[in-house]
Every structure is written in structure tokens, then in C-alpha cells.
Design a protein around this ligand. Structure first.
Ligand SMILES: [Cu+2]
Length: 487
């Protein structure tokens, strides 16, 4: 009896021991964190993985709060605003927007801000995710060749803008000094298939949109809020063509969208998609089934949607002249099976002919008045022509000259184009409407008259004729001049 009881209690003790140790181990891992984020203890240290746009670092998922070391370097560097236009950008980490920082609630961020020795100006950083004076700006002022360090506890989840706050603040922001910092909740955001980083910004240059050369910042235009460029990710076409973001049919896409300003608010919209969810202003409140979300200057939003059909989806600021005339246009390419239940191709053509079908004129510009750099060789004609093409024709005839089925005829290997050079000149000068057949396919639409100088027309057509398997014809400004005088 005694022994039996002893054995029984021994077994009980052993079992209890197993249960208790088992429990205590899982308690250490899954113990609920204090509700007050300032009380969350950090476990170990981690160097933050920073990414340049449109990529974002991997999700935090279940990692505990840590001491997170952020190493960020300010770089002043020349980059392209659009074909043929250069600009001296001031950047956090070498890109516009700056490197993406991904944290979680409770992290203790140790921020190291370096100012590269080749830079010309002092800078600092104000992170909207920081609770503290100047969002860090008062502690991070740093001269070229120096490094500064400050720490903050991450208290509020959400998507936040960071920017330089060195005087003149507007100028530092206008030159590209902004980016996003994401604070995930404990356990992370719900998983999705694709995540991207997009940020709008407005730019002010001495020369108007497309004016070639290195363009300096224009303070007066910035004060008047008259932007020459409104772009996603720092330049015209940063996310179009080969650089478009991508997804597959059936996937859920999450966009971290910020607006650096300095001046303009963004009416962010994706043509042909509806946002299933929007974290309004980057916070906790989720709105559903949204067409266009307003993103203030110095604000952000997280938008999520499932892509159901293949195609190219155009991301725009729906203040629409900014999209089609100032650069605020990006692309999402979705690949996969069509779904005719959701969307079934062309059912009617000619919908763009609502203005009577006649060739319409583009509003006049000073294009013909401004002095222009003349091409001195065919090679230069092609080079300059490519720039005209990117600014003027690409939106319709596409980067590869293949056009868009049913809407815009191809210029690549176009039998129509190659058959008659004078007719092509005439089309660019005077526009074209009515039926025409290109490579066996009929088009019945309208191309507006293009307001270009004789040299620009000569260059763009020479570029077109010398690209994508076309005949290699050279169009001279004289040919354009005589065609202009016929009409
Ligand atoms: Cu700065």
C-alpha cells in the first residue's frame, strides 16, 4: 500500500513537473505583452533591414520587440527626373523616397544618421512615428562628414512619414528628403501576397516640364505651389514599363502609400481596381470598398486589394492633369488567367469619339517659342527623338511602340507607318481621325494634333523609324517644314 502510494505520488509529481516546465516555457514565449507599449520589454538587438522603393523589408510577424539599430545615410546626388532632365536630389539612403523602415510596437529604435562627407548641407530627420521633441529633429542635426545618434521607443502602430526638417524645410522636402516608417502591431499585419512602397512628391524646377538639362530647384514656384512635376517614387516613369510593380491574378496586394509633398495632397486611385481595404491616413481605422483615397502632404495610407483579372492597372493622383501631364502615373502589371465573369474585353469601340470625332487640337503651349537644342547628327536626332517620344507619344503608343489593342495602333513594324513617310509627318502635325488599317487590324479613333516644333517632329519620327524593326528612314526638319506649309 505504502509503496503503491509512493509510486503514485512520484508519478504525479513527475507529471506535474512536465506540465509546469512545459507551461513555463510557453509562458515565456507567448505571455501577453503589456497593453501599454512603453512597458513592452525588448529582447535582444537587431540591425534594421532597410529597402529602397518600391520594395519593403520582410514583415515582423511574431518577432518580439527588440532594440532596432537603424543606419541611415543622407546622400545628395544627381538623378534623372525624366528622360533628358537631371536634378540634384537630397535623399535618405540614396533613393526618393528614402529607405523604408519596418518596426513593431515596443521596439526601441537606436537611430544613426550619417551625413556623407561629399554632401554640401547639414540635415536632420523628423519621424512622425516618434513621440518626442521635433520627432527626433532636434537631436539629429548633422553636418557633412558627421554622424548623430538618438533613440526612441515605438509606441503607436501605423504608417508614418519621415522627412528632413532643416531650414529651409520646404526646400529639403522638395528635393526628395522624405520616406516611410511602418510600425506593425504585435504579431504583425495580416499576411498578404505582395507588398510595395510608393510615395508621391511634387517638384519645382527652373525649366518647365520636360525642359532638358540639369534643372535647379525653383523656390518661387515652390512657394506658389506651382509644381512642374508630380511623381511617384521620385521621377517620371519610376514605376512604369519594365519598372512597373507586379502581381498575379488571385493575389492580395498591399501598398504602403505616402505623400511627401511638400505642397500637394494626393487623390490616390488605381484605374480598374477598388481598394478592398484602406487604413485611412495610415492609422487603425479601416474603410472598405474605396475608389480614391486622400493622402495629405506628410501623411500616408495602407491600401489593400485582391487582383482578379490580368492587365495593366494605372496608379494615379486623380487630380488628373498631374497624372497625364506632370508624371503622377505608375503601373501595376497583373499576369494570369482572364475571368470573363468579372471582365470581358472590348464590347464597343469608339468611346473616345464623344467630342465629335474630328481631330482635336491640344491647347497651345510655348513649345515653339522656347529656344531648343538642335540635333547635329542622325544619332542625336534619334536620341532627342526618344525624349520627345517618352514625353509625348508613349502614353498612347507605349514604350515598345506596340500600342494598345483596339485603341492605339502600333508603331512597331507598322506597315501603315513604313509605307508613307509624308503621311506620317502629316499625322503628327495635324492629327488623325477615322478608319485606318495597321498590320491588318482596323482602328477608328482620334489622335490629337501634336504641338511640336519642326525639329521635334523630325526627331521623334526619326526615332520611331529607327526603332522596333521599322524601315530606318530619316526625317529632316525641312521635310516637316514643307509638310506644314501644304496645309
Ligand atoms: Cu535635409
Amino acid at each position: 500500500m505504502e509503496t503503491k502510494n509512493n509510486i503514485k505520488s512520484l508519478i504525479l509529481t513527475l507529471m506535474l513537473g512536465v506540465i509546469v516546465t512545459g507551461c513555463s516555457r510557453s509562458v515565456a514565449d507567448d505571455r501577453p505583452e503589456p497593453a501599454d507599449p512603453s512597458q513592452i520589454e525588448v529582447v535582444g538587438e537587431l540591425e534594421a533591414d532597410l529597402t529602397s522603393p518600391p520594395m519593403v523589408p520582410p514583415p515582423v510577424v511574431k518577432r518580439p520587440a527588440k532594440k532596432l539599430i537603424v543606419n541611415m545615410e543622407v546622400l545628395e546626388k544627381e538623378m534623372e527626373m525624366t528622360d533628358g532632365v537631371k536634378y540634384i536630389y537630397w535623399t535618405f539612403g540614396g533613393s526618393v523616397p528614402g529607405s523604408f523602415i519596418r518596426t513593431r510596437v515596443g521596439d526601441e529604435v537606436e537611430f544613426h544618421l550619417k551625413n556623407h562627407p561629399d554632401n554640401k548641407l547639414p540635415h536632420n530627420i523628423d519621424l512622425h512615428a516618434v513621440t518626442g521633441p521635433g520627432g527626433g529633429a532636434t537631436s539629429s542635426f548633422v553636418a557633412p562628414g558627421h554622424e548623430t545618434q538618438f533613440s526612441f521607443k515605438v509606441l503607436n502602430e501605423g504608417l508614418y512619414v519621415y522627412h528632413c526638417a532643416t531650414a529651409p524645410v520646404g526646400m529639403h522636402i522638395a528635393n526628395g528628403m522624405y520616406g516611410l516608417i511602418l510600425v506593425e502591431p504585435a504579431g504583425g499585419l495580416p499576411p498578404v501576397d505582395k507588398e510595395y512602397y510608393i510615395m508621391q512628391g511634387d517638384f519645382y524646377t527652373k525649366g518647365e516640364y520636360g525642359k532638358r538639362g540639369l534643372q535647379p530647384f525653383d523656390m518661387n514656384k515652390a512657394i506658389d505651389e506651382k509644381a512642374d512635376y508630380v511623381v511617384f517614387n521620385g521621377s517620371v516613369g519610376a514605376l512604369t514599363g519594365d519598372k512597373a510593380i507586379t502581381a498575379n491574378v488571385g493575389e492580395t496586394v498591399r501598398l504602403f502609400v505616402g505623400n511627401g509633398g511638400p505642397n500637394l495632397v494626393s487623390s490616390f486611385h488605381v484605374i480598374g481596381e477598388i481598394f478592398d481595404k484602406v487604413h485611412i491616413e495610415g492609422g487603425d481605422l479601416i474603410n472598405e470598398n474605396v475608389q480614391t483615397t486622400l493622402i495629405p502632404a506628410g501623411g500616408a495610407a495602407i491600401v489593400e486589394f485582391k487582383v482578379d483579372v490580368p492587365g495593366t492597372f494605372i496608379l494615379v493622383d486623380h487630380s488628373i492633369f498631374r497624372a497625364f501631364n506632370k508624371g503622377a502615373l505608375a503601373m501595376l502589371n497583373v499576369k494570369g488567367e482572364e475571368n470573363k465573369v468579372i471582365y470581358s474585353g472590348t464590347e464597343q469601340t469608339g468611346i473616345y469619339e464623344h467630342e465629335g470625332g474630328g481631330a482635336q487640337e491640344m491647347p497651345t503651349s510655348e513649345a515653339s517659342e522656347k529656344p531648343e537644342e538642335l540635333a547635329s547628327s542622325v544619332k542625336e536626332q534619334i536620341e532627342f527623338g526618344k525624349q520627345v517620344y517618352s514625353r509625348t507619344c508613349l502614353a498612347c503608343h507605349q514604350a515598345n511602340g506596340e500600342g494598345i489593342a483596339e485603341a492605339f495602333p502600333p508603331l512597331a513594324k507598322s506597315d501603315y507607318l513604313n509605307a508613307d513617310v509624308n503621311r506620317a509627318i502629316d499625322i503628327v502635325l495635324h492629327g488623325k481621325s477615322g478608319k485606318l488599317v495597321v498590320n491588318g487590324k482596323e482602328y477608328n479613333s482620334v489622335m490629337t494634333k501634336q504641338v511640336l516644333s519642326d525639329d521635334e517632329v523630325a526627331n521623334v519620327l526619326t526615332y520611331v523609324y529607327n526603332s522596333w524593326g521599322n524601315s530606318g528612314k530619316v526625317v529632316s526638319p525641312e521635310m516637316v517644314r514643307s509638310a506644314r506649309h501644304v496645309n
